[in-house]
Write a protein that binds this ligand. Structure first.
Ligand SMILES: Cc1cc2nc3c(=O)[nH]c(=O)nc-3n(C[C@H](O)[C@H](O)[C@H](O)COP(=O)(O)OP(=O)(O)OC[C@H]3O[C@@H](n4cnc5c(N)ncnc54)[C@H](O)[C@@H]3O)c2cc1C
Length: 285
């Protein structure tokens, strides 16, 4: 099946992208790596009148440090972030997550920001963005606004992006070298999307947990921060009791649904297993 008819524009700058979006409004849709949009268009589940490609906007292809944040531009391919020494040094949680995303072939084209804008409940990167206190940089003819990840992901395939807006970049918290982090997921083998997973990072001082960020994916309509589980860890010695309390809190916080891949009880149980595994196996960055 082929896509419904559409017109195609390929601006060469962010300003031109914003102009094209302002001109076409609700009829326009951004094309980044196309690894999710093109299959949806081929299945006619997405029918944009106008496809606005960002693939010639090389000004969006950067990874750089800005103050206390690692900023990833909208055209950065997942494979480039995965192999970036700056990402490995400053956001090891992101570097650990990327090999789990699709296949090398899809990561060659797929973008980091595209995965965030797509907001698939099974995707790893929205959970990583939550765990890294990310801010999404949204640009339109009206200017730029920065949205915390906690307010960006709304529900399945739905974010707070308004018509006329493009995600220009994502700004991630730089991880302190003493932090530990882990991403664990379960999938039905091969390169299938995961059934569920957990992304986490934490820090300790003199054996006491001073910071914890935990986010789960595949356990609801959107990636979810597990605030109660974080609270169960902060101030603790991260001993067996604290971990058990965090696991219980995590299972209580999620409200998973079942599907052909796994039922709700399995997913609830899985969150606890993967959280414990992450805390016990979390390597140094
Ligand atoms: C075989 C296969 C396996 C996969 N497995 C996984 C997996 O295990 N885990 C996973 O997370 N993903 C997986 N994916 C999806 C992949 O990661 C996609 O790359 C990602 O979901 C979308 O990124 P993209 O750059 O390809 O965006 P596109 O497909 O171009 O766009 C996706 C959506 O986001 C919007 N969009 C994209 N960029 C922007 C922007 N800058 N501003 C505003 N809106 C934007 C588009 O309009 C569209 O609605 C898989 C894909 C394939 C084909």
């Amino acid at each position: 099946m082929k896509p419904a008819p559409f017109s195609f524009v390929a601006p060469e700058s962010l300003d031109e992208v914003v102009q094209a979006l302002a001109e076409h409004g609700d009829d326009a849709q951004i094309l980044a790596g196309g690894q999710s949009l093109v299959p949806l268009m081929n299945l006619r589940l997405a029918r944009p009148e106008v496809v606005v490609s960002i693939n010639r906007c090389h000004e969006l292809d950067y990874i750089r440090l800005v103050d206390d944040r690692l900023v990833v531009g909208a055209l950065v391919r997942q494979i480039d972030a995965e192999t970036s020494p700056l990402v490995q040094a400053e956001c090891p949680l992101l570097a650990k997550a990327l090999p789990h995303v699709g296949l090398p072939a899809t990561r060659n084209r797929g973008t980091v920001c595209g995965s965030l804008a797509h907001c698939d409940p099974l995707a790893e990167l929205p959970a990583v963005a939550l765990a890294l206190d990310a801010e999404l940089v949204l640009t339109s003819a009206a200017g730029e606004r920065r949205v915390p990840a906690d307010d960006f992901f709304l529900t399945e395939m739905t974010t707070c992006i308004e018509p006329g807006e493009v995600v220009a970049a994502v700004a991630l918290a730089r991880q302190d070298p003493s932090e530990r982090s882990a991403l664990h997921e379960v999938s039905n083998g091969g390169h299938a999307f995961p059934v569920g997973g957990v992304a986490l990072r934490w820090a300790t001082v003199d054996g006491v947990c001073t910071m914890a960020r935990i986010a789960a994916f595949g356990v609801g309509s959107v990636a979810q921060r597990l605030g109660d589980a974080e609270k169960a860890l902060v101030g603790s010695d991260l001993g067996p009791e604290a971990i058990a309390a965090a696991v219980a809190a995590a299972r209580a916080e999620v409200n998973p649904t079942g599907d052909i891949h796994a039922d709700a009880d399995y997913r609830r149980h899985l969150v606890g297993v993967l959280l414990e595994r992450g805390l016990l196996e979390g390597e140094a960055p």
